[in-house]
Design a protein around this ligand. Structure first.
Ligand SMILES: *Cc1c(COP(=O)(O)O)cnc(C)c1O
Length: 387
């Protein structure tokens, strides 16, 4: 059986995969079909928050799996209610809509914002300002929200109603808000796919003041930055701002597909019966996994994430062959002198899995990666960058 041949023959050619087939793992170690071991610094793009096949998470998920795997949203069910309660208590947001991916979590945020604009300002107040170099998903509407032309060009016409401001330019946001009938501003506090670029705190504070004054919603896309990744439960918490809507996915389920759109006071009651829905959304198995993940992202774990982040920055900043290091917490982008593709390939050959963001090497290790493994992987990376 040749997995690579079957895959190339039968799976849509949208992915340029790395040439290895992963079969199993434990924690931050993963093995391919030839038994080769790797230290995983990518976690399936910030998804496996507590690494691979984590015991506590596995038992939370399998306990639910042996009880009931799916109910539909026609019935009440414990895991999604408990998860929503914990998310609201930990963020101060008021209500949650569950879906199955980041793009869907953003779709819901966009729907809520449009409806809010119409109710509070009138017909047509539905334009959302997003930022250049942002990434919000692959559906036609979240592609439209994504401020990068390369993602748009093959799929025109996209959904109307998005305009793009320069990141960190409050003047640009104000200008666009003046020229369009707007309802919201949507942003990632650290632009992930755009190159692991944190927004400036000053910009976010000005944005908060401006949106409050003008009754525009602040939507934080925390699909990648959420769930402990940045050293706080949600990335916005690093910046002292309070968004009206927070969307998340990736790391929330610890490896199972789940998206969540959390709605604050202003928009808690925008969604009414039958206005939105999802067959799989709030799936009990995914919610049981997510509940386990969220409950374990406590003060101690977050302090560890920050410590590991400091270690990575101090090891890599100024190291030979490294031009710059950006990011927040365990979401890190490295600009190397050599092409990122070469670094990623050589790391893989030496048993370390890293990924890319634009032309940077991107690190997204498990939140609980053992410090010794992290150090070992960073040393490999440093040696390869120095070549
Ligand atoms: C990955 C990502 C998305 C899309 O998530 P999917 O689960 O792939 O739909 C949206 N926004 C941000 C910031 C992301 O990093």
């Amino acid at each position: 059986m040749n997995i690579k041949e079957f895959d190339n023959e039968y799976i849509a050619s949208t992915y340029s995969r790395f040439p290895i087939c992963l079969v199993s793992g434990k924690g931050s170690l993963v093995y391919d079909d030839e038994g080769k071991e790797y230290i995983d610094l990518g976690t399936g793009i910030a998804v496996n928050s507590f690494g691979i096949s984590d015991d506590e998470w596995v038992s939370a998920v399998t306990d639910q799996l042996t009880k009931l795997q799916h109910t539909s949203n026609l019935y009440y069910s414990e895991p999604c209610a408990l998860l929503a309660k914990v998310l609201c208590e930990r963020t101060g947001l008021k209500k949650v809509f569950f879906s199955n991916s980041g793009a869907e979590a953003n779709e819901c945020a966009i729907k809520v914002a449009r409806k809010y604009g119409e109710i509070t300002k009138g017909e047509g107040y539905t334009t959302i300002i997003t930022l250049k170099d942002s990434f919000h998903g692959r559906t036609l509407t979240t592609l439209a929200a994504t401020g990068q032309d390369v993602f748009h060009k093959d799929f025109l016409p996209l959904t109307d109603g998005f305009v793009y401001a320069q990141a960190n330019s409050i003047d640009d946001v104000k200008k666009l808000a003046g020229e369009n009938k707007c309802c919201a501003v949507m942003f990632e506090v650290v632009q992930g796919e755009g190159g692991v670029l944190p927004l400036k705190k000053e910009f976010l504070k000005e944005l908060e003041a401006f949106t409050k004054e003008n009754d525009l919603l602040m939507i934080a896309d925390e699909v990648q930055t959420g769930n402990g990744r940045t050293g706080e439960l949600y990335g916005y918490m690093n910046f002292g701002i309070t968004p009206d809507i927070v969307s998340t996915a990736k790391g929330l389920g610890g490896g199972l597909p789940i998206g969540a759109t959390m709605m604050g006071e202003k928009v808690r009651d925008i969604l009414k019966p039958s206005m939105h829905g999802s067959t799989f959304g709030g799936n009990p198995v995914c919610c049981a996994g997510a509940l386990n993940i969220i409950e374990r992202i406590d003060g101690k774990l977050l302090a560890d994430v920050k410590k590991k982040s400091e270690l990575i920055f101090s090891e890599l900043e100024g190291a030979k062959g490294i031009k710059s290091v950006s990011g927040l917490g365990l979401m890190i982008g490295i600009e190397c002198e050599r092409p990122a593709d070469e670094i990623v390939k050589e790391c893989r050959e030496k048993g370390v899995l890293v990924i890319k963001a634009k032309q940077k090497v991107r690190l997204l290790p498990a939140l609980n990666i053992e410090i010794e493994l992290l150090k070992k992987a960073i040393n490999v990376l440093k040696e390869i960058c120095a070549k």
